[in-house]
Design a protein around this ligand. Sequence first.
Ligand SMILES: [Fe+2]
Length: 201
Amino acid sequence: MTMSITDITDLTQHTIVDFIGSIFDRRGGEEYLGEPVTMGEHMLQGATLAKRNGQSEDIIVGALLHDIGHFTSEFGMFTMQDTKDRYHEDAGAKVLERFFPKVITDCCRYHVAAKRYLCATQPEYMKRLSDASVHSLKLQGGPMSETEVREFEKNPHLDTIIAVRYLDEAGKEPAMKTPDFWHFAPMVQRCVDKHFAGKSD
Ligand SMILES: [Fe+2]
């Protein structure tokens, strides 16, 4: 599959999944800063673990796409003000919200917030974090305050967001083998179709 870099407004319900797949194919091998896996491996591991655990399609696809914001230059959304990895969760959510149900977009938009939430509410959680993730936690504001925790808990998709965050931590295994993106593509398409059918919130 060769698709060239495009503008997000050129993508449709029928081309978005192929396009995301082409990003995995072309750029999945890029470094995931400070982690022993590539970006593609990281997202595929989360999705693979979720599937193995029998978790919902929302969780599987949420895990698969949560770091898509590392590739927003692909969607014609790069600006010179962007710095590496800065607000990649917001950038990713902006891409996804056009094509995916809100629950999946929220898994992306709040995956950093979920880390801050879990560190605030479960003291043990910090031990799960990789060194790189502990380092970025500081840059991301550290654990949430009580007020932030209460606000975050209002999100109707909290459980799914948290489930994806656990997969984010788990998907950093250098030895793990996974299927490639195309294994998940029909499932990703089902999520897109649900969004376009107006059957998602
Ligand atoms: Fe991640």
